[in-house]
Write a protein that binds this ligand. Structure first.
Ligand code: PLP
Length: 404
């Protein structure tokens, strides 16, 4: 049974730090990391936390402290990772349509780089030639993932170098003497089916035949975690076994050993996160009861952006009579968190908690409607500490030039 914060703990932090509030349970992150280590025991695997899910510096430091590596999707994430103490050899930068200046900056940092376009690959080869091994982000032409917004590997996707352009990659490699050390794919987020990863392995094994200097196969992130009650996530034990078997067999057949990399984001931090809001207003309209909370798409956009389902708990009245509510925000667009959701009776002033809010929650928040971003708290060793202060009005004016 996974560790969870109790209603009592959540009410306590709410009282101490106010709402809206993101709360992260450090030990839960460690528990997830250990699940991965156990599931892949015996395989030559490294995990790189996909920082885009949640980049609070304390989270990054904690992830480092448990021995995990880090995957970045911008040069700033890479710089934050360095600030958090990650050594260059433990930082991976998986890029997507970035400027060559940013690739050069990553090279100067001495970190691993997965390049995702022929254009940048050519420039990199011409500039650094044989001196700096790189990875290639390939587009495997596999359609998979939670929905189109988080599917990245299909044949109409903007991500990576299309598989059919592999001859182009080889040409650049030959012309510039560029050592290609890693082949990478990231098929999408919320991939439950182990068969999708197996397909990716098959594709990369085939591509690998062209790259004699290859040492690493990077299978990206995207492990599914359960959101709805009764839902199942990716069977990581099965995946771990599959990966070990496939790579052992390849080694036996071709005498070539690869290290396997994964870049889990959600899997590590989602279930460790709780988003706590307060009900400002109750409204009734015909059959519908609206519970209007002190937040909105500016703080937690997953339900509106992806149609994501998040469990909601009324921690102020957990034993109340169950009724249906539309849980909505206070933003000037329709920002519905949940429709027709059965919840213990909701009263004005009650606190509603969104579960599974650690990944892509705070990270996608904004100042829209000139509202402050939520504060963030980390609970570690049973102790709750503020890791991001609530904004003040000056934060909204920061960087603005007053010219009138
Ligand atoms: N790796 C890459 C290249 C990604 O683009 C993403 C997410 O978009 C991830 C890893 C992490 O995905 P997830 O949080 O689903 O594990």
């Amino acid at each position: 049974m996974s560790q969870q914060l109790s209603h009592q703990q959540l009410l306590q932090v709410t009282e101490e730090f106010g709402t809206p509030l993101y709360v992260y349970h450090a030990e839960r992150i460690k528990e997830q990391y250990e699940k991965l280590l156990n599931a892949f025991a015996g395989a030559d695997v490294k995990f790189f936390y996909a920082a885009k899910a949640l980049t609070n510096i304390n989270i990054l430091k904690y992830i480092k402290s448990i021995g995990c590596n880090i995957d970045c999707s911008s040069i700033n994430e890479a710089k934050l990772a360095a600030k958090a103490g990650f050594l260059p050899s433990t930082i991976l930068y998986t890029s997507n349509n970035i400027s060559f200046e940013e690739v050069e900056e990553a090279q100067r940092m001495g970190i691993h780089i997965n390049i995702d376009s022929i254009s940048n690959l050519k420039k990199f080869g011409q500039r650094f030639g044989h001196s700096y091994p790189v990875g290639i982000r390939l587009r495997p032409n596999i359609m998979a993932g939670g929905n189109l917004k988080i599917s990245t590997g299909h044949s109409a996707s903007k991500f990576g170098v299309p598989l059919e352009d592999i001859q182009e990659v080889l040409k650049v490699q030959q012309q510039t003497n560029l050592p290609i050390r890693t082949l990478h794919i990231h098929t999408g987020s919320e991939i439950k089916d182990v068969g999708v990863f197996a397909k990716g392995i098959e594709i990369l094994f085939e591509a690998a035949q062209h790259f004699p200097e290859l040492e690493v196969i990077d299978l990206g992130g995207g492990f599914k975690i359960p959101y709805m009650p009764g839902e199942e996530g990716t069977d990581i034990e099965l995946l771990g076994k599959k990966v070990k078997d496939e790579f052992d067999e390849y080694e036996k057949k071709y005498g070539k050993h690869f290290q396997v990399w994964f870049e889990p984001g959600k899997f590590l931090v989602s279930e460790a996160g709780y988003f706590i809001t307060k009900v400002n207003v109750l409204k009734h309209s015909g059959e519908i009861s609206f519970a209007g909370v002190d937040s909105g798409l500016n703080h937690f956009i997953r339900p509106m952006f992806y149609g994501a389902y998040h469990e909601i708990e009324n921690i102020s009245n957990p034993n109340g009579e169950k009724k249906n509510y539309n849980v909505v925000g206070n933003i000037c667009e329709t920002d519905t968190f949940a429709e027709n959701r059965l919840l213990p009776e909701v009263r004005e002033g009650d606190h509603l908690v969104f579960r599974n809010a650690g990944a892509y929650g705070f990270e996608m928040s904004s100042h829209y409607n000139s509202r402050f971003k939520p504060a963030e708290v980390m609970i570690k060793d049973g102790k709750a500490q503020l890791i991001r202060k609530r904004d003040v009005l000056d934060d909204l004016l920061k960087n603005q030039e007053d010219i009138l």
